[in-house]
Write a protein that binds this ligand. Structure first.
Ligand code: BV8
Length: 258
């Protein structure tokens, strides 16, 4: 296991980034932690303290109590609206501008990568700021305020839900195909801010490794990534990623990601 404290970026990784033809990056909730958004590992607080995300983020939970699930997402949408991209998001957008090709595969549903300027973003689990109806998946950008909670689909009247992938639901086929393709073709794969617990996203780094890519893990907690074949960098992505860019492109001076 090659564990590196934050800020101590292996020169070999910086060189691999400079030389990379196709970089794939898998991000998880940890990348948005420094934007103030709770991760799934964080205990839920306040009104939601007695619930576990995996118990609310399911079609069964919505069918059982649509109001509760809709209100949980409304609370989260409020947090997302008040959040801003952090230096980790901005560094990934800068990285995309510096390498020939970068595929950003995110498990996050907060849209902060796009707001940071990343362009080639694959949303594996959807996006919390979009809504659709439960029965027919009609996209809904606006709806009449009738007092219904959840509101009703303007086209078919079925209850609206967030446009995210719940546990037990299939990922969007095009997103999953793009993610597998990136994992197979990339020469450098980063897994950043994810506990690697949720499938099928968690299998992408193994796929990259099996195809001979260099795999680097960036996480303050690298304990469950014991592996001889991965580069482990222990630290918060908001600090490690800007340091990595500065090490890879020192000639560019301080890369401003504030
Ligand atoms: C599927 C959207 C099949 C919703 C999410 C039984 C039945 C069905 C399926 C299953 C089953 N058993 C298992 C499964 C598979 C299941 C699964 O993996 N379950 C887990 C719990 C075992 N997967 C699924 O159900 C998937 N679908 O399998 O479909 C299928 C096929 C055909 C037809 C029908 C079905 C769907 C999974 C997607 C679920 N939706 N999100 C919402 O957001 O509300 S998942 C959600 O949780 C997130 O998107 C994310 O992916 C996941 C949490 O993971 P992380 O992002 O890693 O976050 P986490 O909190 O875990 O970790 C944070 C990390 O950050 C930590 O490591 C921490 O150390 C680090 N960190 C903290 N601070 C920082 C940091 N890192 C860097 N910097 C910092 N500052």
């Amino acid at each position: 296991m090659r564990e590196k404290p934050a800020g101590d970026i292996p020169a070999s990784l910086a060189e691999a980034l400079r030389a990379a033809k196709h970089v794939a990056v898998l991000t998880g909730a940890g990348v948005s932690a420094e934007s103030g958004l709770p991760t799934f590992r964080d205990p839920m607080t306040g009104l939601w303290a007695k619930y576990r995300p995996e118990d609310l983020a399911t079609p069964e939970a919505f069918e059982r109590d649509p109001r509760l699930v809709w209100e949980w997402y409304e609370w989260r949408r409020g947090l997302v609206a008040g959040a801003r991209p952090n230096p980790g998001h901005l560094a990934l957008a800068e990285m995309e501008r510096r390498v020939p090709r970068l595929s950003l595969l995110t498990q996050n549903v907060d849209g902060l990568h796009q707001r940071a300027g990343s362009r080639n973003v694959v949303e594996l689990h959807g996006n919390i700021t979009r809504s659709k109806c439960f029965d027919r998946e009609h996209p809904a950008e606006s709806w009449p305020e009738t007092g219904d909670v959840p509101p009703r689909c303007p086209r078919c009247g079925s209850p609206l839900r967030p446009d995210v992938v719940w546990f037990g639901e299939a990922l969007p086929a095009s997103a999953l195909a793009a993610a597998w393709d990136a994992a197979e073709r990339c020469d450098l794969f980063f897994s950043i801010g994810t506990s690697g617990m949720v499938q099928p996203a968690a299998s992408l780094s193994r796929q990259a490794l099996s195809r001979g890519a260099t795999v680097a893990i960036i996480n303050p907690d690298v304990s469950n990534f014991i592996s001889r074949s991965q580069v482990l960098i222990q630290g918060p992505s908001g600090r490690v990623l800007p340091a990595l860019l500065e090490k890879a492109w020192p000639e560019s001076g301080t890369i401003h990601v504030e």
